[in-house]
Design a protein around this ligand. Structure first.
Ligand code: ADP
Ligand code: MG
Length: 396
């Protein structure tokens, strides 16, 4: 688990902040205003496409690109000198030693820029800002997207103390007493509470079945991120594929003729569509099979495929609920308080019944006390969350 060195906002933070969001699908610069009554407003935001030559070139060029984007964004508005405090959502694995410093452990998601791994990314960006004569801007906070999700919602909802991502990957964070965090030196001046990034996708103690084992062996990171491989959007389609292949061999599904279909043929958005197919003939699944050259499938076979999707996604949602439950029980073993859980990610937003299954599982685990949990969607955690982090870190 990774300490974030930032706590949830009080809700009365005020001012305008620059936010950077790097590490999702796009790179964005935002201007966010906080009105001190729990309302965070995106005044302006702009997406920049970082050329692959830059994400895979020299680190200095990458940070120059970011600094140049900030300059263009601010000059766009002729406001460069007004804004001083910047929050940076950097969704790569980082070990932090303070709220505004952190060393990159390794690049992910196709980034390979040289000279960055092992370095403090805040320092690298500060140097680039200097090269672009933006010395008035101070990077006051560095956060990851999961922490940003919690920060964004907790500004609005005081009892929000868990942040969760169910998207390409999965992760969760929660509010912990600093005195209980062994990774924060006891000599540190920080007291009170701090958000802890659990990196729960890398929880590797769940029992695995044969499909999990095949998927893990075929993955780019065998033995790692095993809970993520049971839950998240990057993998659910692949798990269903493993089960279908097994059924073809074991039970002669599709008369055994359906051996060549690749991971690209079955992604999580496909199985999400299959499960939302309520037509009597299961036409969405039929169209997918037709496209693969299986034109004689029976309704029963298509129903079997839908059932497999159901099993895989239901297990994912149940494990997700168990993870949320464990984190809340860590904070509040008797469930004496109400906990709002901020959730971001397309899997959660779009997969049929994913949210309902989480709620039902929390009910099964906790009975009436499951009323202590409420799930709320957080849609722009990585943008707004960076601004809130900057606001919290700028407080005297
Ligand atoms: P990220 O996690 O990269 O920030 P998202 O939260 O948008 O991005 O999640 C993207 C993931 O959501 C994809 O990996 C895909 O598997 C999954 N996804 C995309 N469309 C759907 C859908 N219609 N239903 C369920 N999952 C989907
Ligand atoms: Mg995201």
């Amino acid at each position: 688990m990774l300490p974030s060195f930032v706590d949830c906002p009080a809700g009365n933070e005020k001012g305008s902040f620059i936010a950077l969001d790097l590490g999702g699908t796009n790179f964005r610069v935002l201007l966010v205003s906080l009105d001190d009554t729990g309302l965070a407003k995106i005044e302006k935001s702009r997406k920049f496409v970082i050329p692959i030559s830059v994400t895979t070139g020299e680190g200095e060029a990458l940070f120059n690109f970011i600094a140049a984007s900030i300059r263009d964004f601010l000059f766009d508005q002729a406001l460069a000198s007004h804004y001083k405090s910047l929050g940076f959502t950097f969704s790569f694995p980082v070990t932090q030693s303070s709220v505004n410093s952190g060393r990159l452990l390794t690049w992910t998601k196709g980034f390979t820029a040289t000279g960055v791994v092992g370095c403090d990314v805040v320092q690298l960006l500060t140097e680039a800002l200097h090269r672009y004569h933006l010395d008035n801007i101070h990077i006051t906070a560095l956060v990851n997207d999961t922490v940003g999700t919690l920060l964004a919602k907790s500004y609005e909802i005081a009892n929000c103390d868990v942040g969760v991502i169910f998207g390409t990957g999965t992760n969760g964070c929660y509010r912990e007493r600093v005195s209980s965090i062994s990774a924060v030196p006891t000599s540190s001046a920080i007291d009170g509470h701090m958000i802890v990034n659990t990196e729960w996708g890398n929880f590797n103690c769940l029992p695995m079945n044969k499909f999990d084992r095949v998927l893990d062996e075929m993955s780019k990171n065998p033995g790692k991120q095993q809970m993520e491989k049971m839950i998240s959007g990057m993998y659910l389609g692949q798990l269903v594929r493993q089960v279908i292949i097994d059924q073809i061999h074991d039970t002669g599904l599709f008369s055994g003729e359906f051996s060549i279909f690749t991971a690209a043929d079955l992604q999580t958005h496909d199985i999400s569509n299959f499960q939302s197919d309520t037509s009597a003939d299961l036409v969405i699944i039929k169209a997918w099979l037709d496209n693969l050259g299986i034109t004689h499938s029976s309704v029963k076979e298509r129903a079997d495929i839908r059932q497999i999707c159901q099993y895989v996604s239901e297990r994912a949602a149940k494990i997700s609920a168990a993870a949320i439950s464990a984190v809340v029980l860590r904070m509040d073993p008797q469930l004496e308080c109400h906990h709002t859980i901020a959730v971001d990610g397309t899997l959660y937003a779009k997969y049929p019944d994913f949210k309902q299954t989480i709620i039902k599982t929390l009910q099964a685990l906790h009975g009436v006390a499951s009323r202590r949990f409420s799930l709320t969607q957080s849609t722009d955690g990585s943008g707004v969350g960076a601004a809130i982090a900057a606001a919290v870190a700028s407080q005297p």
